[in-house]
Design a protein around this ligand. Structure first.
Ligand SMILES: C[S@@+](CC[C@H](N)C(=O)[O-])C[C@H]1O[C@@H](n2cnc3c(N)ncnc32)[C@H](O)[C@@H]1O
Length: 288
């Protein structure tokens, strides 16, 4: 799984497994626990909240996992809405162990492009092959590093810039250097036609290290040895939503807590909150 950042994909998979088994789950992903069990690094992580001694009081497997469950649901709805509006190409940037191609009720003429690094996608394929999992839409893994020229890789894999598309950058941008994020946003603009859509997650905190002792970062470090602040790019962040607006896109920005209130479950604000600056941005490129 390429260590480091690849491990974060397993963290999100474990969170989705836990969410799946909740009686009031926001999203269901039956493949998630298989990824967790298959990787030596995560084989002993919980995949049900009942396996966690403190249950929901555990900041990592309770609140943080629920955050990922909520994010999954919100972005599932965004993809389905965009497909309903006519997009037939879904591009998952930093796809990790995302199984939307298998889970979502996508039309069979839809293509899901999954961009991530080769090691992550090879591990994912092995697990899916062992499960004999069948995608609902055409699924095209695109192994490439998003800090390199990924456009050629995507277009060579069959992506058509002239047809509407929907893009997700879920749990990705804060791992990239600022210039790579700006290149990514510019490129999405260049590769999309009117009627396309992009959702991404941003962190607005000016100083991420100020949250080093937050319950979430501390628990993630101490319980599974992942120091997220070591993995995040700590350089200045571009204003990607503003950048898209300057290019004519419409954008809306929400806190995760907005959706907690909408769905009646999910994380709520707390003191010294590592989620305080998290924003989900939904962007649409006007149609012709
Ligand atoms: C936190 S995981 C999120 C995965 C997935 N989007 C989800 O929400 O389940 C971040 C993913 O971004 C990928 N990633 C980070 N930096 C990358 C890069 N430079 N090129 C390609 N993928 C990258 C990692 O390999 C990892 O799978």
């Amino acid at each position: 799984m390429d260590g480091g950042v690849g491990l974060t994909a397993l963290l999100v998979a474990a969170a989705r497994a836990i969410e799946t088994h909740r009686h009031d789950s926001l999203a269901r992903d039956v493949h998630a626990e298989h990824f967790v069990r298959a990787a030596p690094a995560s084989a002993d992580w919980p995949v049900r909240i009942g396996q966690v001694p403190e249950g929901d009081a555990n900041p990592l497997w309770g609140r943080f996992a629920r955050y990922f469950g909520l994010r999954t649901r919100v972005l599932d709805d965004f993809v389905l809405g965009s497909v309903h509006d006519g997009a037939r190409q879904v591009v998952l940037l930093g796809a990790g162990l995302d199984t939307r191609a298998f889970r979502l009720d996508l039309p069979s003429d839809c293509v899901v492009f999954e961009i991530d690094r080769a090691g992550v996608l090879a591990f994912k394929q092995q697990v899916l092959t062992d499960l004999s999992a069948a995608p609902r839409a055409k699924r095209v893994p695109v192994p490439v590093d998003l800090r390199a020229d990924w456009v050629t890789a995507l277009t060579s894999a069959g992506f058509d810039p002239a047809a509407p598309s929907v893009w997700l950058a879920e749990g990705l941008l804060f791992y990239l250097p600022g210039p790579a994020e700006t290149y990514l946003i510019d490129t999405v603009d260049r590769l999309t036609t009117g009627g396309s859509a992009l959702a991404f997650e941003a962190k607005l905190e000016k100083d991420l290290l100020a949250y080093r002792d937050s319950a979430i970062y501390t628990a993630t470090r101490e319980q599974i040895g992942i120091d997220l602040l070591d993995l995040f790019d700590l350089g200045p962040r571009p204003d990607s939503a503003g950048h898209l607006r300057a290019k004519g896109w419409s954008t809306s920005m929400h806190t995760p807590f907005d959706f907690t209130r909408r769905h009646g479950r999910g994380p709520l604000p707390e003191p010294n909150d590592a989620l305080e600056g998290n924003r989900w941005v939904f962007a649409h490129k006007p149609g012709p």
